[in-house]
Design a protein around this ligand. Structure first.
Ligand code: 5GP
Length: 115
């Protein structure tokens, strides 16, 4: 059996984290190493999908739910509601946790970088 992901362990209360909200199928937490003034993560409760490409193929409604939840979070955690979504997909693209998650980056991002 593979080890539970860090997000599953957080969801199970084994590792502390700042949980910001949840629905039946997704939850959100603050990233431990923020790369923007607001850096949140939206994560499906199920670890079934490794990355966003697998998720899009297997459960597009869940991907849509993640994006809707990201929008709600940005509305709550920023003045303007604007946000950038990042899905690192594969180790060579910077993915370190293979339990699909969206990075929600916000809070006055003015540069045009996509990274
Ligand atoms: P990835 O590199 O897979 O795209 O994103 C994983 C993210 O999870 C990273 O931004 C990293 O900072 C975050 N992360 C890793 N371990 C923890 C943790 O224990 N708690 C929280 N809140 N975030 C974590």
């Amino acid at each position: 059996m593979t080890e539970p992901s860090i997000f599953t362990r957080i969801l199970n209360g084994e590792i502390p984290a700042e949980i910001l909200g949840e629905t039946d199928r997704v939850f959100a937490l603050r990233d431990i190493a923020p790369q923007a003034p607001v850096h949140l993560l939206v994560v499906p409760k199920s670890a079934e999908y490794r990355d966003v490409a697998e998720l899009a193929a297997g459960d597009p409604a869940l991907l849509a739910e993640m994006i809707a939840f990201a929008k709600e979070l940005a509305a709550t955690h920023t003045d303007d509601g604007d946000f950038r979504l990042v899905f690192n997909t594969g180790a060579n693209a910077g993915q370190t946790v293979f339990h699909v998650h969206a990075h929600v980056l916000a809070g006055g991002l003015t540069e045009k970088s996509v990274g």
